[in-house]
Design a binder for this molecule. Sequence first.
Ligand code: NAD
Ligand code: ZN
Length: 243
Amino acid sequence: MFNEAIELIKHSRYVIAFTGAGISAESGIPTFRGPNGLWRRFRAEDLATPEAFARNPTLVWEWYKWRMKVISRAKPNAAHLALAKMEAAGILRAVITQNVDGLHTSAGSRNVIELHGNIWRIKCSNSICNFKSMLSEPPEEIPPKCPRCGSLLRPDVVWFGEPLPPEAWEKAVTEASRADLVIVIGTSGAVMPAALIPTITKDKGGKIIEINIGGSAITPIADVFIKCRASEALPKITEGLGL
Ligand code: NAD
Ligand code: ZN
């Protein structure tokens, strides 16, 4: 399994990675699906929506405040670091992530495409006001208000039912079309359209290596499936590549 993956990487021309919440699970950040996926009695699907924010912005902000606290304590793990190493060695060209935690960048990856935004960026919920800002810690008072127009501020992340940021999506599609190998790590492949990324590479004749502790929606089209924790699998691969 590992040897097959290492050989595939060695013989590929343009390798990219596509990551999900599972790569950050071992940094202590809970995934949405699976154990520890619940916050109080709520499912993420019932909080990360424009409707939930319109109904109860304080509740949605309480959840984000909690997630920001968890993420601010988290450090990149061996899986994030291995990807950064592969990029520095010229083997990996891009990391396309669904994560909002910023850990790929902290690990040293440079060409990171964040499809679902970043939890530390906030924006005005009034679409005609363009106010955006970065936070370095969770806001004291919630829900925070826009200094420009007084409307509520919201996290600048993609909620269920919202379109992806067009620029990030276009970049991701370009990378996926160019790639002849995509390494898919820790994603259920359930969130559309992000989950289409590996199929774009595959449809162009490229290959898929998947690393996950269980099966996903992508497993049936994976050429090599490594059933393993990301922090264990990726260092084994970089070692096999002589890095
Ligand atoms: P998901 O929660 O739907 O699925 C997580 C996947 O990771 C599962 O397939 C699981 O088997 C796998 N996994 C768990 N631990 C693993 C490990 N140690 N090694 C390898 N695989 C492991 O995640 P998703 O597919 O990314 O979709 C959820 C959405 O939620 C994303 O769009 C993302 O924006 C958001 N989210 C982000 C974070 C974050 O930024 N860290 C955390 C939770 C959710
Ligand atoms: Zn505003």
